[in-house]
Write a protein that binds this ligand. Structure first.
Ligand SMILES: O=C(O)CCC(=O)C(=O)O
Length: 234
């Protein structure tokens, strides 16, 4: 069973095993987050040839006219070295520093306004070939994650389910692949939905089997999420 560091607070560890997720407030150092945002801005500048003043402006323009480059940017972010510092502090501050951990997938997801193409519908990470026991961290970049900009949500306690049989969908070659459980209507009736509201420097940690999704961004600005996946002791 996945565990969290008990010395932080045993009620936090208990709520992670009960619900399948846990919020950690102010767990990321501002300087580490800003280093990641700066690297992201450099990638965006490269793909847009310095044509835009701000990251938001560039992402809004790409989401209207150049969706394949938006997808390339997403793929390139997985290699950013600045993920390592954030990953180390998340590991030490939430899972404990004993043993070792490996990063097993990072990325910066973009949710442009009113565009479901780069958003995931209901899924379990375990359906995407992560090792059993992988722990997933999700945190906002550039601005807070709220109901208006479509922050992710999860079905409370659904991590106790096995990996469900799923149907694979992809709306285009430059869209993310979705693996939606075939019985999702039944499951959404069975479990309560919880929205992951986060301020900058907060992070949620969640279980590999937890059912979760992104929601439609109804704000005028893009939503950016950092994602770090960690295997403990291998
Ligand atoms: O950021 C989001 O909206 C969803 C993230 C997600 O599905 C994930 O981290 O696995």
């Amino acid at each position: 069973m996945q565990t969290l560091k008990h010395s932080i607070n045993s009620s936090i560890a208990n709520s992670f095993s009960k619900n399948g997720f846990q919020l950690f407030q102010d767990v990321i150092d501002t300087s580490d987050r800003v280093a990641l945002e700066d690297d992201y801005a450099s990638i965006v500048r490269k793909y847009t040839n310095d044509r835009y003043e701000t990251v938001d402006e560039a992402i809004l323009a790409l989401s209207k006219s150049d969706k394949s480059n938006l997808y390339e940017i997403y793929k390139e972010t997985s290699q950013l070295i600045s993920f390592i510092k954030v990953g180390i502090s998340l590991f030490e501050r939430t899972l404990g520093s004993e043993g070792y951990a490996s990063l097993s997938g990072n990325g910066i997801l973009i949710a442009p306004p009113n565009d479901g193409r780069l958003a995931y519908t209901w899924h379990q990470e375990g359906a995407f070939d992560h090792k059993p026991g992988t722990i997933h961290f999700q945190f906002p970049l550039f601005r807070a994650a709220d109901l208006e900009n479509g922050t992710m949500s999860a079905l409370v306690g659904s991590h106790k389910l096995d990996i469900q049989s799923y149907q694979e969908t992809r709306c285009s070659n430059d869209a993310l692949i979705n693996r939606i459980p075939k019985n999702i209507d039944e499951l959404t009736n069975q479990f309560e939905e919880h929205h992951f509201l986060m301020r900058l420097n907060d992070a949620y940690v969640f279980n590999n089997n937890l059912l979760h999704r992104s929601n439609l961004n109804k704000s005028p600005y893009p939503r950016y999420s950092g994602v770090i996946r960690i295997n403990r002791n291998g």
